[in-house]
Design a binder for this molecule. Structure first.
Ligand SMILES: [Cu+2]
Length: 158
């Protein structure tokens, strides 16, 4: 119960402090018709078993694609999740068929919404690190991108 609660807090806290940090804007990464921007991971305290990642994906092509998974060496596995408000309660669920990116559309994975969830972390994600994350797309295939780790708020956010 406590675990579930702190996980929810972890996703809400950044909403209030997102404006407090400035982020350099590296060039977008291309994967086929997809353009990937603003990747980042949230720092975790030692012992945390889950971590979250965010990014923005634009489909510049004429066919839909899907983000179907993600992986990093530090985590046993990665999933694509959605967080949404249901009857006044924040709920999180895995997207079994992936996240659809329609042609011409931009999908944003951000705190409180879609996110990458990394499970069974072997070590903490430390602010200032760059962690290679491999994104898996149905059509564009696999693309590995350095995700900077950003610290957010106090030590209790995850
Ligand atoms: Cu999640």
């Amino acid at each position: 119960m406590l675990k579930a609660f702190s996980h929810i807090v972890a996703f809400l806290a950044p909403l209030f402090i997102a404006a407090a940090f400035a982020q350099p804007a590296p060039a977008p990464v291309k994967a086929g018709a997809l353009q990937i921007e603003a990747p980042w991971l949230r720092a975790t305290p030692g012992g945390a078993k889950v971590g979250a990642g965010y990014l923005r994906i634009t489909n510049t092509g004429s066919e839909a694609d899907r983000l179907i998974g993600a992986s990093m060496p530090l985590a046993a596995r990665g999933e694509v999740h959605e967080m949404s408000m249901q009857n006044g309660v924040m709920k999180m669920r895995g997207l079994d068929s992936g996240l659809m990116i329609e042609p011409g559309k931009t999908i944003e994975l951000k705190p409180g919404g879609y996110h990458l969830m990394f499970l069974d972390l072997k070590d903490a994600l430390k602010q200032g690190q760059n962690v290679d994350v491999t994104l898996s797309f149905e059509k564009a295939g696999n693309v590995t991108i350095a995700f900077p780790v950003q610290g957010l708020g106090g030590p209790s956010h995850m």
